[in-house]
Design a protein around this ligand. Structure first.
Ligand SMILES: [Zn+2]
Length: 415
């Protein structure tokens, strides 16, 4: 690396370490910020010589990044931003901290994908899904798909691993070839991870006609856009690879959603030459990810934490949660987005018949929504009150970002 980059990298590591020592989080944002101030090209310098995978999408990227890093780890050391700091400051910090590694797997905020593609020149980019998120801040889904598509046109060498079940992702991953401009069609490997949430992909991003669905298939009623055949699919409790071989996947993470994330991770690792048969056992080593899916025993209750930040991830959380008493907690602080009207996009009917408790800064918004949805509930002012209000046994907790962090803090920052 050039001298300036070496200095920037060293200062970045020191700043992150100081921030950690001061108890101000894991320091990855401040460390990366200072490093990039000293050398604006630091992320590119730190990426040079590494084989990199980027993982982006609205939901599941932290978990899929962790699973992919475990799978690629078959080959050697892997740098990764495992604390979910998924903007260029976080990537810079993660690579500086890891030192020299042959591989890196980086979670990327979907808004930053173009910028991070440019800086890191990855070998693989995994595109998981696109759905509405943080209404007061995030881009419209179709705009996001357009940005991804435009970014991929400039990087036709990157190998794309993409979700065949999400029409917006399929469209983003398949920009038209333009030989006159030197634009080749991208190399895409399709996986099927399912799509529970359809409400951001009823309209074709190519032509504006309606998207039709039947079973797992989908197609545009006005143009050739349709679901491609997936080479990696979930079947029963395992994953089918492109050769047709089935691999049993045993995870410590719940739900079919995470089997889909495992299929994605195996597909990403395969792009580096990792055989699924070698990677599959490593997926079992991934436990909770920054508190997500963590289980804590307290006062005879087994408390499980599920993070859900937007309508699509709430549907997935209902799918993962057991039929057990459930605490829902909603805040609307800056990291959550200030607008809670998305609660009306979520159908809470799957919770009928369960004991439902609500809490959080915006519990009353949730109360109105549940009342309209015909789901009986009980309001509690504090987490401890919720624990006392349910019988011994499982308590599922579904919370959005800062509400989740609050409860995690109550449980002594469980990982
Ligand atoms: Zn169309």
């Amino acid at each position: 690396m050039p001298l300036r980059a070496k200095v920037a990298s060293s200062v970045s590591r020191t700043a992150a370490a100081l921030s950690r020592a001061a108890g101000r989080g894991d320091g990855s944002v401040i460390g990366g910020w200072i490093g990039l101030k000293i050398d604006p090209d630091l992320l590119a310098h730190l990426s040079a010589g590494r084989a990199i995978a980027l993982v982006s999408g609205t939901n599941g990227k932290t978990t899929t990044t962790r699973l992919s890093a475990a799978a690629v780890g078959v080959l050697g050391r892997v740098a990764t931003n495992s604390f979910g700091a998924n903007m260029p400051t976080g990537h810079t910090s993660a690579l500086a901290k890891a030192g020299s590694t042959p591989y890196a797997v980086l979670e990327v905020d979907e808004h930053y994908l173009a910028q991070v593609l440019e800086a890191t020149e990855p070998h693989v980019v995994a595109l998981l899904n696109l759905s509405r998120d943080q209404l007061d801040r995030a881009k419209e889904v179709a705009m996001m798909a357009q940005l991804w598509r435009a970014a991929l046109v400039r990087h036709t060498d990157v190998r794309v691993v993409a979700n065949a079940d999400d029409p917006m992702v399929v469209w983003a991953a398949t920009p038209p070839a333009d030989p006159a401009q030197g634009v080749r069609p991208p190399h895409v490997t399709w996986f099927s991870a399912g799509q529970r949430w359809h409400d951001d992909s009823w309209v074709c991003p190519e032509c504006g006609s309606t998207i039709q669905r039947s079973g797992e298939q989908w197609w545009c009623s006005g143009c050739p856009l349709r679901r491609p055949d997936a080479q990696w699919t979930v079947e029963d409790d395992g994953v089918l690879d492109p050769t047709g071989a089935w691999h049993k996947v045993t995870l410590q993470l719940p739900g079919k959603v995470n089997l889909g994330n495992a299929a994605t991770a195996l597909a990403v690792a395969a792009e580096f030459g990792v055989r699924p048969v070698d990677a599959v056992s490593r997926l079992h080593t991934v436990t909770s990810v920054a508190g997500r899916y963590a289980q804590v025993d307290r006062d005879g209750r087994n408390i499980r934490l599920l993070l859900a930040k937007n309508p699509a991830s709430w549907l997935e959380a209902f799918d993962m949660a057991d039929e057990a008493p459930t605490l829902l907690s909603i805040n609307a602080r800056d990291p959550d987005g200030l607008d809670t009207s998305w609660l009306f996009d979520v159908d809470f009917a799957p919770l009928r018949g369960r004991q439902v408790l609500i809490t959080g800064d915006r519990a009353y918004d949730l109360a109105v929504r549940l009342d309209v949805n015909g789901v009986p509930f009980q309001h509690v002012r504090a987490f401890g009150e919720a624990v006392r209000a349910v019988p011994p046994g499982r308590l599922e907790v579904i919370a959005n970002y800062t509400a989740f962090q609050d409860i995690r803090a109550e449980l002594d920052r469980v990982n």
